[in-house]
Design a protein around this ligand. Structure first.
Ligand SMILES: Cc1cc2nc3c(=O)[nH]c(=O)nc-3n(C[C@H](O)[C@H](O)[C@H](O)COP(=O)(O)OP(=O)(O)OC[C@H]3O[C@@H](n4cnc5c(N)ncnc54)[C@H](O)[C@@H]3O)c2cc1C
Length: 321
């Protein structure tokens, strides 16, 4: 990573970079190294794409131990910030032709991601709550995770769009539920802002030393047909539903006794919507070393098959692949 940044700085003769605030030791080390090697390089650290002002929140409340507490504080005080005007805020660059066109390109990328979300919103959002927990199917959820994880779209703007949709078209449990999921994302971002690199440790943010008999997922042959199918879909497409992620993680941790960290790194290497905080915090949650008040989640495989793939449609499709 460091070498790539250095080569870009050299190749493009860069004198200023803007990055999201570092959270982890590895990121701070990269910045230190850049300062040392390029004393004239201006490095500006900005808060990353968040719904709330994290520093203010932590100063005032500390880190809430449960999502419910967090949600209530944010909703009661209306802490979600307004979206930033992309065009205006990108004008920090000098007005030369090259930069003007870059600003337009970034603006267009967000517009493109928003367009596909608007299509989803108009057709499917009003039934999101009924579909989002399913194992498979077209349009069961918003698929915002890809543009969000790549930083192509602002979560604040998405929330703003949903609010307008609620005012002008329909406001129901489903429209609220998508906002709730965006708040889960925000909660996990706050968790890592507060706990830093501990999200990469076996104990997570708990005092429990999770005991696993198998260190690594590599070379494990999955015998269960549902787990094999989920794995095939993940490897072939890079995307699986939230339900599939939960079932897979729970099976690895509780039935196969595999170290949860190894599972988290496996997702990191295979998901197209990989997001550090969402991924590691969800794995910690299921492993019982994160913020789950119930101390971890074990999903019964047979019950999941009966509830979410009773006619084996999903397994038939993905076992073939
Ligand atoms: C073990 C495990 C690993 C995961 N790894 C990732 C990951 O690397 N990247 C990622 O973006 N999400 C991850 N998730 C969360 C969730 O599964 C995905 O965000 C979601 O399935 C993506 O599809 P969507 O955008 O259609 O979701 P929707 O249901 O439409 O939700 C909209 C947005 O809300 C946020 N969101 C939804 N569910 C969660 C959740 N449980 N935790 C945090 N934020 C959420 C996401 O930003 C998502 O894009 C993981 C979940 C589990 C159980």
């Amino acid at each position: 990573m460091l070498e790539t940044i250095k080569s870009e700085i050299k190749k493009r003769d860069i004198d200023k970079i803007i990055i999201k605030n570092p959270r982890y030791d590895s990121e701070s080390k990269i910045i230190e190294n850049l300062h040392l090697n390029y004393p004239n390089l201006l490095i500006i650290c900005e808060p990353s794409a968040n719904l709330i002002d994290q520093e203010y929140f932590i100063d005032k409340y500390g880190f809430p131990k449960s999502f419910t507490k967090f949600r209530k504080i944010v909703e009661k005080n209306n802490y979600v910030l307004n979206p930033i005007n992309t065009r205006r805020s990108l004008n920090i660059f000098p007005k030369i032709k090259y930069c003007e066109s870059k600003v337009e390109q970034i603006y267009d990328i967000e517009k493109f991601s928003l367009k596909s979300f608007i299509v989803y919103m108009k057709k499917f959002l009003s039934s999101y709550k009924e579909t989002r927990d399913q194992l498979y199917g077209n349009n069961i959820s918003s698929q915002l995770s890809v543009p969000l994880s790549l930083g192509l779209v602002s979560p604040r703007r998405i929330l703003h769009f949903i609010n307008v949709f609620e005012k002008k078209v329909i406001s129901n449990q489903s429209t609220y539920w998508l906002k709730l999921e965006l708040l889960w994302r925000e909660y996990f971002k706050l968790l890592s802002f507060y706990h830093g690199s501990s999200i990469f440790s076996r104990k997570g943010i708990s005092d429990i030393s999770a005991n696993s008999k198998v260190d690594s997922i590599i070379n494990i042959k999955f015998e269960d047909d549902l787990i094999q199918s989920i794995n095939n879909q993940l490897i072939k497409t890079g995307f699986i539903s939230n339900r599939a992620r939960q079932i897979f993680a729970s099976h690895l941790i509780y039935n196969l006794n595999i170290d949860w960290l190894s599972g988290a790194y496996y997702f990191k290497n295979n998901l197209i919507d990989y997001d550090t905080e969402n991924n590691f915090s969800n794995w910690m949650y299921i492993a019982g070393v994160g913020t789950d008040p119930r101390g971890g989640r074990l999903f019964n495989l047979n019950k999941q098959k009966l509830l979410y793939d009773s006619n084996s449609e999903y397994r038939k499709k993905w076992l073939k692949n």
